[in-house]
Design a protein around this ligand. Sequence first.
Ligand SMILES: CCCCCCCCCCCCCCCC(=O)SCCNC(=O)CCNC(=O)[C@H](O)C(C)(C)COP(=O)(O)OP(=O)(O)OC[C@H]1O[C@@H](n2cnc3c(N)ncnc32)[C@H](O)[C@@H]1OP(=O)(O)O
Length: 245
Amino acid sequence: MSCEKGDGDPMEDPLFILESGEVYRNPTEVKMSQIVMPCHANHCGELSVGQLLKWMDSTACLSAERHAGSPCITASVDDIHFEHTIGVGQVVNIKAKVNRAFTSSMEVGITVSCEDLFSSCQWNVCNAFATFVARRTEEGKVQLKQVIPRTQTEQMEYSIAAERRRMRLTHAEIITDLLSSNTAQLGECQEYQGAVSAERTRVESVELVLPPHANHQVSTFGGQIMAWMENVATIAAWCTLCLGQ
Ligand SMILES: CCCCCCCCCCCCCCCC(=O)SCCNC(=O)CCNC(=O)[C@H](O)C(C)(C)COP(=O)(O)OP(=O)(O)OC[C@H]1O[C@@H](n2cnc3c(N)ncnc32)[C@H](O)[C@@H]1OP(=O)(O)O
């Protein structure tokens, strides 16, 4: 892990001086900082991924709603690769901004970094892209205003966002086709020594949706669902590890 000293964050500076001399800050940008407490940690004393996903989802939702000017909902989150774990006592900095708006959906870019307050070390934890959709109104589907990219980085993100959207919609179609087609090679399975049957690692969780799980729109908070997913996935992974020994 590289430790970047200094008082700037390892992500780009949010304030830019444009060629015109104008000081510019992205109007959709939302920042959130949280100190990791023991109640946010998992059994290893590290920030639980579920808790981090909840914070990322809330920050991204505020950014989407700031752009849309109306309630928005999480439609999807792209793959996330976590580069580092985060310990109790460290500070998590989350930054979200709308990269591009389409019709009623928009891509929100999220960057997470971590900071050790006492050593001034900062490092990047992950980058993620989420799609938020403005909720339909009585008049029907919402037509979002377009994002106008002002800086070079924003222009690059704006262009790539269209390609990422195309890829995620195609990916969803491919998975649906694969699951419904007869081409899936069922029964093709290799024998490994000490193998654990997939069924024995199956974990099911039933959650009662309570008021603390709801967001400001009084519907189940997307980050909460991702936290529940992470919980059962962790238990299933532990089952595989323990049963395989
Ligand atoms: C082990 C570790 C676990 C954690 C690892 C974390 C990462 C790994 C992923 C986790 C994945 C969970 C992701 C969060 C999951 C919740 O947060 S669930 C809780 C909160 N969210 C919800 O309840 C959403 C429920 N869904 C809905 O309400 C509707 O399906 C939606 C999203 C509003 C879409 O409605 P619709 O009738 O399909 O409307 P439609 O007009 O066809 O589409 C509207 C727009 O949505 C876009 N859209 C629809 N579906 C999608 C999609 N899937 N993707 C992108 N855009 C979409 C369309 O392209 C369209 O865009 P525009 O052309 O208007 O710009």
